[in-house]
Ligand binder design. Structure first.
Ligand code: AMP
Length: 555
C-alpha cells in the first residue's frame, strides 16, 4: 500500500521545496499531505479534518510556498500573499518554524512573520512594513494590525489558512475572525484545518470556503491500539502520588513524558513531590512568559528534559466553550479566577511536542475533546505512544464519557484497565507520605511565586542576551529544583527491598538513571530519543509489570 502512495517528487513541486523535504528526512507524504497538496495546487478550497500529528501543517504549508514561488515568477513585487490564523502563540511559532524549514532553500523568496507574540503592536510594525510573504497570527492580533494599518490585505492576499479552526472558536476568537474577513479581497484560496467538525466549523466553512473539497481522512481521532496504547488506573486521590512515584522512579514509564494536571497549583505540588525524589521536571502553564514556554518546548523537543508537568487550562478558562464531559463536574473555580493567565495558551492542543513516548493524565481531563488533544501529543506521525490516566473516584464519570466517545469513534481505542496489584507498591507509601509532608500549601505557593520570578528573568534573558549569544541558550534550564520544601536526601534512592518482586531484575532504577545520564552526555542535543524499550532490551517495563502482576493475582 505504501508503495502506491503519491510521492513528493510526483506532485510537481519546486526543486527547492523537494530539497527541504528531503533535508527534513521525510521519505514520503503523510496521508493528509498526499491528498491535500495536489488538490490545493489545483486551486481548490479545502476543509480537512486531520488528527493532531498527522502532518497537517505541511499539508497546507507546502502548497502555500509552492504558490508563492509560482506567483513570484510573474509578479516580483513584494506583498503579503498568505495569512495563517492560529489559536495560540505556541502554534504560531511552530507554524513559522515549519514554513522556515520548508522554505530553507528559497528563504529570500518566501519570507514569513509570526505576529502572535505579546510584544507591542508598534514593535511588530517594522516587520509587517517589509510585507512578508506569509503572516502568521491569532485573529485578534491580525485584526489589531489591520486596524492600525500595519497590515493591508485587501489587494494582495492570495491564500488564507485557518488552522485548528475548532479551537479558534473555543478560544473565543469568533468575533475577531468575522471582523477580519471584511479586510480580505473578494477572491482568495482558503484552507480550513480542524481536528473536529463542530457546528462552528461548519458555519465557518459556509462563510469562507467556495465549493470546497472535504477531506475526512482519519475515521478515528486517535491512532489505533497498534500505535497508541491507552490505559487507565482507578485509584484514590492519595494513590496518584504513590503511582507517579512508582511509575517514574522505577522507570516503568520510560522516555519523554507529558504529565497533565488540572490546575497550576497542582503542577507545583507534583513538581515539589518529584523534587523530593530527585526527579527533575519542568512545569508549563499560562502564567509563564511566552518566551520561557516556547524555550521549554524547544528544549524538550531537543531531548533536554524527560518530564513536563503541563496544566491544560483552556477548558477551565473557557468552560462555556467546552462543555463538561461528566455530569456533576466541579469547576476548579480558584484556578479560573487567574488574572495573569494568557488567553492564547494551550499546551495540549496544536503544540508539536516531538517524540513524546507517554502522556500521563495525573488529573483526568474535563472534556472528551481535551482527552483527545492531550493524548494526541504522543503517537505522532508514525511513532508509538502510551497514554496512562490516573482516575480518582470523583473522575469516574469523566472516564465513562471518554470511553463512550472513543468506543463510538473506534471500538479499538477504548482505554484498557491497567491491572496490577496495588499491594506490590504498598511499601513505597510511607516514603510518599513522608515527601508529601514537606509539600505544604505554603511550599506550593512559594514555589509558584519563585518560578514566575525566575521565568520572568529567564524571559528577559531570552529576549535580549541570548539573541547575541545563541550558543549559551542551551545552558538555560527550566527544570531546576525550586526547593521551598525540605529535601530529605535519603528519599532519592530506592531501597532494593522495596522494589516489587515482579520487577526485581527487570528494573534497576539507579543504574537506569545513570545510563540515561551517560547517554545524555554522549549524544548531541536533538539525537537523544525516547529510551522507551531501550533500557530493557526491547521490553516495555510498564507492560511487564502489568502482565506479571495480573498473572500473579490469578495464581
Ligand atoms: P503536524 O500534524 O503538522 O503538527 O506534524 C506532526 C509532526 O510530523 C511534525 O513533527 C512534522 O515535522 C512531522 N511530519 C510532517 N510531515 C511528515 C512526513 N511527510 N514525514 C515524516 N514526518 C512528518
Amino acid at each position: 500500500m505504501a508503495a502506491e502512495r503519491l510521492q513528493f517528487h510526483e506532485m510537481g513541486l519546486d526543486d527547492r521545496l523537494l530539497k527541504a523535504v528531503a533535508d527534513l528526512g521525510w521519505s514520503q507524504p503523510t496521508l493528509i499531505q498526499e491528498k491535500a497538496i495536489p488538490l490545493a495546487l489545483e486551486g481548490k478550497d479545502l476543509l480537512a479534518r486531520a488528527r493532531t500529528g498527522s502532518g497537517k501543517t505541511a499539508a497546507y504549508a507546502v502548497p502555500v510556498i509552492q504558490r508563492i514561488l509560482a506567483s513570484k515568477q510573474s509578479v516580483r513585487e513584494q506583498d503579503v500573499r498568505a495569512l495563517i490564523l492560529v489559536p495560540t502563540k505556541e502554534l504560531g511559532q511552530q507554524v513559522q518554524a515549519m514554513i522556515r524549514q520548508l522554505a530553507a532553500f528559497c528563504s529570500r523568496d518566501v519570507r514569513v512573520a509570526d505576529v502572535t507574540g505579546k510584544t507591542d503592536l508598534s514593535a511588530q510594525r517594522p516587520l509587517l512594513m517589509e510585507k512578508p510573504d506569509v503572516v502568521v497570527g491569532t485573529p485578534s492580533r491580525v485584526l489589531a494590525h489591520l486596524a492600525a494599518q500595519n497590515l493591508v490585505l485587501h489587494s494582495s492576499l492570495e491564500m488564507l489558512v485557518v488552522d485548528e479552526a475548532d479551537l479558534l472558536f473555543s478560544f473565543g476568537f469568533e468575533a475577531d475572525l468575522k471582523s477580519l474577513l471584511c479586510h480580505l479581497p473578494k477572491i482568495y484560496q482558503s484552507f480550513l484545518m480542524s481536528a473536529t467538525f463542530t457546528e462552528d466549523v461548519q458555519a465557518l466553512k459556509e462563510l469562507l470556503l467556495h465549493n470546497p473539497v472535504v477531506l475526512k481522512l482519519q475515521g478515528s481521532q486517535l491512532p489505533d491500539s497498534s500505535q497508541l496504547q491507552q490505559y487507565s488506573i482507578k485509584c484514590e486521590e492519595e494513590d496518584k502520588f504513590l503511582l507517579v512515584y512508582t511509575l517514574l522512579k522505577l522507570r516503568l514509564v520510560q522516555g519523554k513524558t507529558l504529565v497533565f494536571v488540572g490546575t497550576v497549583d497542582r503542577s507545583y505540588r507534583l513538581k515539589l513531590f518529584m523534587e523530593q525524589f530527585g526527579i527533575p521536571a519542568c512545569v508549563l502553564n499560562s502564567e509563564l512568559p511566552v518566551q520561557s514556554r516556547c524555550h521549554i518546548i524547544t528544549q524538550f523537543n531537543q531531548g533536554f528534559y524527560d518530564y513536563i508537568i503541563a496544566t491544560d487550562e483552556q477548558s477551565l478558562a473557557n468552560p462555556a466553550a467546552a462543555p463538561p464531559a461528566g455530569k456533576g463536574k466541579k469547576k476548579r473555580s480558584s484556578e479560573r479566577a487567574g488574572k495573569s493567565k494568557d488567553k492564547e495558551f494551550g499546551v495540549s492542543r496544536g503544540v508539536d511536542f516531538q517524540n513524546v513516548a507517554n502522556v500521563l493524565n495525573f488529573d483526568f481531563p474535563l472534556t472528551v475533546e481535551s482527552y483527545i488533544h492531550r493524548v494526541g501529543r504522543t503517537a505522532r506521525a508514525d511513532h508509538p505512544g502510551t497514554a496512562l490516566s490516573l482516575v480518582s473516584h470523583t473522575e469516574l464519570a469523566l472516564l465513562a464519557e471518554v470511553e463512550e466517545a472513543l468506543a463510538g469513534d473506534n471500538a479499538d481505542s477504548v482505554l484498557k484497565p491497567y491491572t496490577f496489584r496495588m499491594e506490590e507498591i504498598e511499601g513505597f507509601r510511607y516514603r510518599c507520605r513522608d515527601a508529601m509532608r514537606s509539600v505544604t500549601k505554603q511550599a506550593v505557593r512559594e514555589a509558584r511565586l519563585k518560578e514566575i520570578k525566575q521565568e520572568l528573568l529567564n524571559s528577559e534573558k531570552l529576549k535580549t542576551y541570548f539573541e547575541d549569544n545563541p550558543r549559551d541558550l542551551q545552558l538555560l534550564r527550566h527544570d531546576k529544583d525550586l526547593h521551598p520544601a525540605v529535601i530529605k536526601p535519603h528519599l532519592r534512592n530506592v531501597p532494593e527491598y522495596l522494589v516489587p518482586e515482579t520487577l526485581k531484575g527487570c528494573v534497576n532504577p539507579l543504574s537506569a538513571r545513570r545510563r540515561r545520564k551517560t547517554a545524555l552526555r554522549s549524544k548531541p542535543a536533538g539525537v537523544v530519543r525516547s529510551s522507551f524499550k531501550k533500557n530493557l532490551g526491547g521490553k516495555n517495563p510498564l507492560k511487564s509489570f502489568q502482565y506479571s502482576g495480573a498473572r500473579s493475582s490469578r495464581s
